[in-house]
Design a protein around this ligand. Structure first.
Ligand SMILES: Cc1ncc(COP(=O)(O)O)c(C=O)c1O
Length: 423
């Protein structure tokens, strides 16, 4: 913006008393709903058939479509990603200790701990934010049975290096692919790497089944165990041959998933356009680095992630976050402070952080910015301009002594509710 004298007019930031850049909250990821009429037909089918759950035709169709799309032999739809992880971990026979990144959603660690398998936290690689294969081997003990990698932000782990380590030590590999649905690695779909991969189709994911998830694998025995475990171990209607739980997906969720698959490419195109607009608009802002994804692979672009450099900007990530929230830009600091600094892990392993320097550093730097189908290209431009203004006005903001604790608790509750509100 230029004023009458032709010089750059300084916009007063909302945190300094100006008007917010947006009148409504801009969220990291509002739910995507499938086209109404597609879903109506499917719901009519369910109502007519009155088959609501227990391996119904919708779930079977959903599993077949996913297996086909992901190029895997077996896909087992689940009630959510966390139960899918728990079952995959158990079905793969993981016990004792399992090596896992700390920089992930807490469910990855909890899925192990829930079954009394000890998560051994491994540091990440600073450019990919994913588990660093070079650090895995030093964490292997006689009790280690596996590795759980996380394709963070949809960016595949170094699956070749991880598999090589696993093969050498006789370990099993499970991938938490909650972020990576429909993505590829070396043109091969995520879903067929390791012993099994696990997806989440939670309402906040770009592709959702309200709640839901899936386990995919090419291992027939593993698939069979997962199928048994997700249905109480039943082999026949009154015969139980295995320990199990209830991990089944219901017919309504599968119908939402099938309808959602029809608009998947449109959603990805919108996400990608936003990502590219962020990339262009953020390029010249000093101290802000976009987490870039490999252009040679298919990406769902559901997360736009930046790292902010405290030294260069003169503000902490949390101060920037508070300034953004004041503008109604509800950016989020994902996976802060790292699983190892949350309970019960903080008490169990009080010194874990000593081996996790990159996790600590990246968790202090990362911000996820609003994207998804509810965020227009114009909004992306405004958000980037706001970030530029914050960086430009860092000196003045330093003097405000921003209270970063104030935003944490109350905002979180509100975000959780807003994030899953259907429109
Ligand atoms: C990395 C990661 N793992 C696991 C999960 C758990 O999935 P769900 O919420 O479907 O249980 C999520 C998402 O919520 C996630 O982001």
């Amino acid at each position: 913006m230029t004023n009458d004298s032709g010089s750059h007019a300084v916009r007063e930031l909302a945190i300094s008393g100006g008007s917010p850049a947006f009148s409504e909250h801009q969220y990291v990821g509002r739910p995507n709903l499938p086209r109404r009429h597609t879903l109506h037909d499917a719901l009519d089918e369910i109502f007519d058939r009155q088959w609501l759950t227990n391996a119904g035709p919708m779930v079977n169709r959903f599993e077949e479509r996913l297996a086909d799309m992901l190029g895997v032999e077996h896909c087992i739809a689940m009630t959510n990603g966390t139960v899918a992880l728990e079952i995959a971990i158990r079905a793969a026979g993981l016990t004792g200790e399992v090596i896992v990144p700390s920089f992930t959603f807490i469910a990855t660690a909890h899925a192990l701990q829930w079954q009394e398998v000890t998560p051994v936290f491994c540091d990440i690689e600073p450019t990919t934010h994913s588990i660093d294969p070079a650090r895995i081997e030093s964490l292997i003990t006689p009790r280690t049975t596996g590795i759980v990698g996380v394709h963070l932000w949809g960016n595949p782990c170094d699956v070749t290096a991880i598999q090589e380590i696993a093969d050498r030590h006789g370990l099993r590999v499970i991938y938490d692919a909650a972020h990576a649905f429909s993505n590829t690695h070396q043109q091969r779909p995520i879903g067929g790497f390791g012993d099994a991969e696990v997806f989440s189709f939670h309402a906040t994911k770009f592709f959702n089944t309200l709640e839901g998830g899936a386990v995919t694998t090419d291992d027939a025995d593993l698939a069979e165990r997962v199928r048994l475990m997700k249905n109480f171990g039943f082999t026949y209607y009154d015969q139980v041959e295995h320990v199990g739980t209830n991990g089944k997906m219901n017919e309504m969720s599968a119908a939402v998933g099938l309808a959602g698959l029809d608009s998947l490419d449109d959603v990805i195109a919108r996400n990608r356009a936003n990502y590219l607009a962020y990339r262009d608009n953020l390029a010249d802002i000093p101290g802000v680095r976009l987490f870039e994804l490999d252009e040679n692979e298919r990406n769902n672009h559901q997360y736009v992630v930046i790292e902010v450099d405290r030294e260069r900007i003169g503000l902490t990530r949390d101060e920037i976050l508070v300034a953004l929230h004041a503008e109604n830009v509800i950016a989020r600091r994902y996976f802060y402070p790292g699983c190892h600094r949350m309970e019960p892990y903080r008490s169990y392993f009080p010194n874990a952080g000593l081996l996790l320097p990159w996790t600590t550093e990246i968790a202090e730097k990362v911000l996820c910015l609003p994207t998804g189908t509810s965020i227009s290209l114009e909004s992306v431009g405004t958000i980037c301009a706001v970030i530029g203004d914050i960086v430009d006005q860092a000196d003045a903001l330093q003097r405000l002594d921003i209270d970063t604790d104030a935003m944490q608790v109350p905002q979180y509750g509100a975000l959780k509710l807003e994030g899953i509100r259907l429109q």
